[in-house]
Every structure is written in C-alpha cells, then in structure tokens.
Write a protein that binds this ligand. Structure first.
Ligand SMILES: [Zn+2]
Length: 241
C-alpha cells in the first residue's frame, strides 16, 4: 500500500496506466470468476426450510420465531462439524411445540418436539434447540451408542454454541463417560482437543452403523477406559466457572 503511493507521486502517468490496466483486467476476468463460482460439479443444496408450529401454544409464537432464526444460523455450522462425504443433512426442519408434554424436548428424524411448559419456565434455554438440531443433523440409525449420541449433541451445544456456560467438574467416583449429556460432552471435547478430527470420524462411523469402542483404540492407541482415566486427572475435567 505504502510503496504504491510513493510511486504514484513520482510518476502520475504510470499510476493511471496501472489503474486502467487493473480495471481492464478486472472487466475481462469478471465473467470467468462468475462462471467458476457456479461449479456444475457441486449443485447447491436446496434452501433450508424451517417450519415452526406453535398452534398448541400460540403464546410461544415469538419464541418459536427466534428458534427458527437460530436453526437457520446454526444448521450450516453443525452440518459442517458433522460433515461426511455423500451425506446430505435434512434440508427441512420442523419444530412443534406441545401444550401437554412433560420433560424438555426430543427429536424424531427431522422433527423437533418441544414441551411448551418447559419453555415458559426456562425461556432462556436456547441451547436446548441447538442440542435437538444436532440430533436432526446426526440422522443416526437406531441403536447408536447413547453416550456419544448425547455427548456429541451436548459437546456442540456447550463447546461451540455456548462456550461460556458453567459446567460442573467431573467426579470420577460417581460419573462415567457412559453417562451421556454434559459428562460425555466434556470427555468428547477433551478427546477432540487431544485428537483433532476424532468427532467427525466417530460421527461417520455411527451414521454407517459401524461404531464400536475399539475404533477409539485404533485411532488413539488407547482404550476408552484408559483415555477416560487420563481425562479425569486433567484441568479440563475440573469444569468451567
Ligand atoms: Zn439428546
């Protein structure tokens, strides 16, 4: 930048020549770039469709609209974290709010079902939507390893979406990597930190219905139990304040 300026002061004509050459090159190359962007090898995915149904709990309409925005923002991010060759995540996500449902939420296929009462009592719980959206994008066959299915969903929620939320430290006497949810999420986060790319590898295996714990030994040289034993002694297992 600086060198270009000092040059133009000494030779104004040269400066204009350079500028017009640049402009000309830009005009000639622009169509080539436009063409290159629309790569015929990789057709663009159909636009994401998010359908929110608050008919049973109309007072949650605004909350539902916000959830829809959150899904639009995070769907591509999660799809990238859990990407795999030849796999297309669901391009339609349905969110249904239930009036008389107990518990929090669950996901069946591409449909997220949320308990209206939970949202009324915990309106700040947007992270739950992210957790459920992960399940829709995981699109795992039935019978996947519970601790990883739930661990990965909470890993993405607590380490990507809300990396500042407090997390309790692990008590190895009472907790196990098999617990799922936050406990497994903390272990999964440490696994990914110490063996980058392992989450994508595990995800792919679960999708193909081929996951077994031995896969972790093949990837890391250590069994899951050994790794868990190591993890609980680290600073990462002390939780987050
Ligand atoms: Zn879950």
């Amino acid at each position: 930048m600086f060198r270009f300026h000092s040059f133009s002061f000494r030779n104004r004509r040269g400066h204009w020549m350079r500028l017009s050459l640049l402009l000309l090159a830009g005009l000639l190359l622009a169509p080539a770039f436009a063409y290159a962007n629309d790569n015929p090898q990789e057709p663009a995915l159909p636009e994401l469709k998010v359908i929110v149904d608050t008919s049973e709990v109309p007072e949650l309409k605004e909350w539902g609209d916000n959830a829809s925005k959150l899904i639009r923002e995070w769907h591509p991010k999660i799809a990238e974290m859990l990407q795999q060759e030849g796999f297309t995540p669901p391009q339609e996500i349905r969110v249904v709010f239930k009036k008389d449902m107990e518990g929090v939420a669950h996901t069946i296929g591409n449909q997220i079902v949320i308990a209206g009462n939970w949202v009324k009592q915990h309106p700040e719980d947007n992270g739950m939507v992210i957790h459920e959206l992960v399940h829709a994008i995981q699109a795992y066959p039935r019978g996947g390893p519970f601790w990883l299915v739930e661990g990965i969903a909470d890993y993405i929620r607590f380490y990507q979406y809300e990396p500042k939320t407090r997390l309790r430290g692990i008590d190895p006497e009472r907790q196990s990597y098999r617990d799922g949810y936050r406990t497994s999420a903390q272990f999964v986060a440490w696994l990914e930190k110490t063996h980058p790319g392992i989450v994508q590898k595990i995800n792919e295996a679960i999708r193909k219905n081929e996951y077994q714990n031995v896969m972790i030994r093949e990837t890391t040289g250590k069994s899951v139990e050994q790794l868990w034993g190591e993890f609980v002694t680290t600073e990462d297992a002390r939780g987050r304040r």
